[in-house]
Ligand binder design. Structure first.
Ligand code: ZN
Length: 471
């Protein structure tokens, strides 16, 4: 998908002498513990650890002048190689900028520094009886900055949106060191272009986010969870519409497992007992978060009863306690089990609901030519997001390129998105043109070259250096 008409430009790599002088300047600037060299084999040789926005700005000014490339280090849990370094790039870690600067209960906002660990921010909100609706498996290691840079999703997007919907304002340092402070707290603010959105989901390629204003919500008082068996894809989408319409805006999860997923994770000898028998076409974990424990539970059961009467649901089990709820979620979250099957590739794509059944059928047909193929599907159906695990039980039959081609060609044919929530990074770069038009890509490249003309910020992520034109 490379654009051959654009002029070649490579990201600048300084010579060793140059680096030594730059490192001395950076060491003086950042002081004790501010520059770490060769910490371990998987990290970059040099990691810069500024403590303030002013220091981030000074680091970028120096690196920009020297043409020194930087790679932001967040929680390093990204799934698209967005944090992967090539030799010579310095790592930029905001781990020393981890303060929660303010929790504003009046306006229900939280202002945090980008290096704050997500779980710390979530727990700080809880202490004020408020919800920070950004939550997913990597909460203990991901930083707020990396959540913003990747526009992370998670398991409650259907209710609260992705990071993009939770961020009200931010502060960002541009490649040349300019600090843009846009710490808006207001829900409505139509004053020109919405600058923060350029940086959310940009994977650190347009600027370094240093501080973030997050929108907090009231903590939910009720949580209703059930696992349902559904016999057809048509029933599944009808059920989603019914639950969305009839649970008073409280629907927070609609997590679908195709039968291969459910039967494998709950197989004999696995960690999980199957709460419903094997053999149904789909299993869906549904959840609501509300404010009225008694009436919410009553309404949830009533709606599920009606769904059964209408034939949308063939079997159901309701969680009656927190441990039963956890047991249901553990089945859905036990994705690592599939790595035991053989070499596999986890994919993260979006396709609209009206095309989803045909999309999965097309992938299955494509996989049929593979003996002992692995094809496991699950996803956040309410967000049009599917995860597919494709591979082979026989390592000698595993063909990485063939599986990627099958998957991404099918996504393109169904007008889907090659990345739903994991970003582009390096691994999906060549696929971007399947989901974005030439004018869209051109506009994105122009934005990148305007904000980072020397291509020092996370170079080669999203766009290869040689596909960018200056200005
Ligand atoms: Zn997901």
């Amino acid at each position: 998908m490379e654009n051959s008409e654009t002029a070649a430009e490579t990201s600048a790599q300084p010579s060793t002498d140059h680096s030594t002088a730059l490192l001395q300047q950076l060491g003086q600037l950042l002081g004790e513990g501010g520059v770490r060299t060769q910490p371990d084999a998987v990290m970059p040789d040099v990691i810069l650890r500024p403590r303030t926005t002013a220091e981030v700005s000074a680091v970028l000014r120096l690196c920009s002048a020297a043409g020194q490339a930087l790679v932001p280090l967040g929680g390093r849990t990204g799934l698209a190689n967005g944090h992967f370094q090539t030799q010579g790039e310095f790592g930029l870690s905001l781990e020393r900028m981890n303060a929660i600067e303010e929790i504003d209960t009046e306006n229900r906002t939280m202002t945090v520094q980008a290096g704050c660990i997500l779980q710390v921010a979530v727990e700080a909100a809880e202490e004020h009886d408020l919800l920070l609706p950004m939550d997913f498996g990597a909460r203990g290691s991901a930083t707020v900055g990396s959540v913003v840079a990747t526009n992370a999703g998670g398991n409650r997007v259907i209710r609260y949106g992705m990071a993009r919907e939770v961020v009200l304002g931010l502060e960002v340092v541009l490649a040349d060191g300019t600090v843009v402070t846009s710490l808006n707290k207001m829900l409505k603010n139509n004053t020109g272009y919405d600058i923060k959105q350029w940086f959310i989901g940009a994977e650190g390629t347009l600027g370094v986010v240093t501080r973030v204003v997050l929108r907090l919500r009231p903590s939910p008082r009720s949580q209703c969870t059930a696992l349902l068996a559904v016999d057809s894809f048509g029933a599944l989408t009808s059920l989603l519409r019914m639950l969305d319409a009839r649970t008073a805006g409280t629907l927070s999860g609609f997590e679908v497992m195709w039968p291969e997923f459910y039967s494998y994770v709950t197989r004999e000898g696995s960690l999980h007992r199957p709460p419903l028998p094997h053999g149904s076409a789909f299993y869906v974990l549904v959840e609501t978060l509300g404010s009225e424990p008694e009436s919410d539970a009553e309404r949830f059961e009533t709606v599920l009863g009606e769904a059964m009467e209408e034939g949308l649901v063939s079997d159901a089990v309701l969680a009656r306690s927190q441990s039963e709820r956890n047991a249901l979620w553990e089945i859905r979250d036990d994705v690592l089990e599939f790595f035991k099957l053989g070499p596999i590739i986890p994919f993260d794509i979006s396709v609209t609901l009206d095309r989803m059944e045909q999309f999965v059928d097309d992938i299955r047909v494509g996989m049929d030519t593979l003996k002992d193929g692995v094809c496991v599907v699950f996803g956040h159906l309410g967000d049009s997001n599917l995860h597919l695990i494709l591979g082979s039980k026989k390592p000698e039959e595993f063909d990485y390129q063939a599986l990627c081609t099958l998957l991404y060609e099918t996504v393109e044919r169904h007008h889907g998105s090659v990345s739903a929530e994991h970003g582009i990074g390096l691994s999906k770069r060549e696929q971007l043109g399947r989901s974005r038009s030439a004018p869209e890509l051109q506009l994105m490249r122009q934005l990148k070259t305007m904000l980072d003309p020397k291509n020092i910020l996370n170079p080669n992520k999203i766009f290869a250096a040689d596909t960018l034109t200056a200005g």
